[in-house]
Design a protein around this ligand. Structure first.
Ligand code: AMP
Length: 258
């Protein structure tokens, strides 16, 4: 499932699916229900013609439904979750995950797919969807694929197109700061590490929505360090009107720093 304006991050999910399955379906649909901000929905980058050029020789099917197809009777259902979805992005984007859960469940049911490839960039979305299918006994494999980045470290995102020239030049510092997470954590407490990352991002000019160290398994927030293995740092920041999210595991951060 994608919202289009395809980039190498999306294509890496397609490649992973092609490698492991007989048939690959890509969906492109900008789901109004998951937008908490009407202006963000209106200005979300769309380029279906170019998307088609990028994927037509790769996938077996491209599903590009309209809203009458996906919500034939309007927005009458609300699929909500009360544990994973209340943290991180859930705190700042009212109704976002309800919209995501509903649309991906619909897409899975329409296509009858048996595997789903999602990006680690949206890690909270990945574990939330995995949990939905487990709890609802939906027989599907959910896989996460590593975050694809620009050479300067910025995570690829359709929203990057909306950055001004000035903000695009500032944006790589986001990953530069969070990738040092393991080196901060090795000599500081969890809350001190979060504070240090906040102050570095602040100094680089980012408006911070959240910086949070949490378990990769269930997004719980340990206040004392037991084992680092499962920890991950999650951040959301803004440059102007453009919201950027990123995350990195302790293990990956060790590899980047070494
Ligand atoms: P979107 O079109 O933003 O809804 O993303 C569709 C899927 O592509 C989601 O599973 C995202 O996590 C994944 N994705 C987006 N950006 C990247 C990236 N830079 N690297 C890997 N996967 C990504």
């Amino acid at each position: 499932p994608t919202m289009g304006a395809l980039h190498e991050g999306h294509l890496s999910l397609v490649d992973e699916s092609i490698l492991n399955n007989d048939v690959t379906i890509l969906s492109i649909y900008v789901n109004p229900l998951q937008f908490d901000n009407p202006k963000d929905l209106q200005t979300y980058p769309k380029n279906l013609q170019n998307d088609m050029k990028l994927i037509q020789s790769k996938v077996d099917f491209c599903f590009t439904p309209d809203t009458d197809t996906m919500y034939p009777n309007g927005y009458n259902f609300c699929l909500s979750e009360s544990r994973l979805s209340t943290k991180l992005c859930g705190n700042n984007r009212q109704g976002h995950f309800e919209g995501v859960l509903q649309i991906v469940l619909k897409l899975v049911n329409i296509t009858s797919c048996d595997s789903l490839y999602l990006g680690e960039k949206d890690y909270q979305q990945y574990i939330l969807l995995k949990s939905l299918f487990q709890e609802m006994f939906v027989n599907i494999n959910v896989y996460s694929c590593p975050t694809k980045r620009e050479k300067d470290g910025l995570a690829l995102s359709s929203r990057n197109k909306k950055l001004s020239i000035k903000h695009r030049l500032m944006a790589p510092s986001f990953y530069k700061v969070i990738s040092k997470f393991s080196s901060y954590l090795n000599s500081n407490s969890i809350s001190k590490t979060e504070k240090m990352i906040v102050s570095h991002l602040d100094a680089y000019g980012f408006k911070i929505e959240y910086v949070s160290i949490a378990s990769s398994n269930d997004l719980s927030t340990p206040r004392v360090k037991k084992s680092y293995e499962d920890l991950r740092i999650f951040c959301a920041v803004k440059l102007g009107d453009v919201r950027l999210i990123d995350n990195i595991s302790y293990q990956d951060s060790l590899r980047v720093c070494s």
